[in-house]
Design a protein around this ligand. Structure first.
Ligand code: CP
Ligand code: NVA
Length: 313
């Protein structure tokens, strides 16, 4: 099954959105919302540490996790490939076993989703997915919180969301979110770039999923327009080919005119203005990209409060 954890069930990990218990996603978004409004968080990480492992670049994920861990009373320890033994080939299984003896949680951004699962299998502390090639669940927590703030909590199942471009880690995560919450998801993706087949099938059994090659059809009367870079981290050499293949999937004002008048535009960032989205849309009145980015902090704090409270029993 897509995103299914193969881990000790007594230990809470967050490898995909499906690791949240039924109802927990709603609770977590509610808590994230209250934190965004200034509620003082508890300090479940008092005297504890969380390793923040990055095998790819990051601005938002790194800083929001470091700040979030700090606000919850703990210490974040940043590790990159460049200055840890992971970059010199030490297996993630050994790394997980060693880190588990020092820290109380591990966040990792890596390439293959199997690498994340390997780390989680060998970890004795909660592992959080800070992005893999297959899923980016922390980003979706922030995106869903942004939807909640703009449309209201009860409106979420009735929304129509349109995704444009690559069937990548973000598209796959949107599929799991749609399956969990029941909103309609339309994916306008060129041939050859379809999302993960298992995630597509899983979500398709639970809600209305439309996969189309026609961006205009996808945009019709939707509440949300969203996209991502055409070449993700690790795909830099394919950039020219992708630019050609995705050219007609750009989110621009002409496309946005088809959406509802009260639609919002989301992008996980970083973005390339003039490629997957125009500057007019990015910086226009419907854009919520900076609210979305801020929500990374609130949503991840809510996540850690849930994980570390549960880890305490
Ligand atoms: N959206 C996101 O994950 O951004 P970073 O790559 O800057 O962490
Ligand atoms: N799809 C992008 C998301 C970056 C936050 C990537 O994987 O590079």
């Amino acid at each position: 099954m897509p995103g299914e954890s193969r881990i000790d069930p007594a230990l809470r990990h967050f490898l995909t959105l499906r690791d949240l218990a039924p109802g927990e996603l709603d609770d977590l978004l509610e808590l994230g919302h209250r934190l965004s409004e200034g509620e003082v968080p508890p300090r479940p990480l008092e005297g504890r540490s969380v390793a923040l492992v990055f095998q790819k670049s990051s601005t938002r994920t790194r800083v929001s996790f470091e700040v979030g861990v700090h606000r919850l009373g703990g210490k974040g320890i940043f590790l990159s490939d460049r200055d840890s033994q992971i970059g010199r080939g030490e297996p993630l299984s050994d790394t997980a076993r060693v880190l588990s003896t020092y820290v109380d949680g591990i966040m990792i951004r890596t390439f293959g989703h199997d690498k994340l699962e390997e780390l989680a299998r060998h970890s004795r502390v909660p592992v959080m997915n800070g992005l893999t090639d297959r899923f980016h669940p922390c980003q979706l927590l922030a995106d869903l919180l942004t939807l909640r703030q703009n449309f209201g909590a009860s409106a979420l199942p009735g929304l129509r969301v349109a995704w444009f471009g690559d069937g990548n880690n973000m598209a796959n995560s949107w599929l799991l979110a749609a399956g969990l919450l029941g909103f309609e998801l339309r994916l306008a993706v060129p041939e050859g770039y379809d999302p993960d087949g298992e995630a597509l099938a899983w979500a398709g059994e639970r809600t209305r999923i439309v996969l189309t090659r026609d961006p205009e059809e996808a945009a019709e009367e939707v509440h949300v327009l969203t996209t991502d870079v055409w070449a993700s981290m690790g795909q830099e050499e394919e950039a020219a080919q992708r630019e050609a293949d995705f050219a007609s999937f750009q989110v621009n004002e002409r496309l946005a005119e088809r959406a509802r008048d009260d639609h919002i535009f989301l992008h996980c960032l970083p973005a390339h203005r003039g490629e997957e989205v125009t500057a007019q849309v990015m910086d226009g009145p419907h854009s919520r990209i900076f609210q979305e980015a801020e929500n990374r902090l609130h949503a991840q704090m809510a996540l850690m409060i849930h994980l570390f409270r549960t880890a305490d029993g």
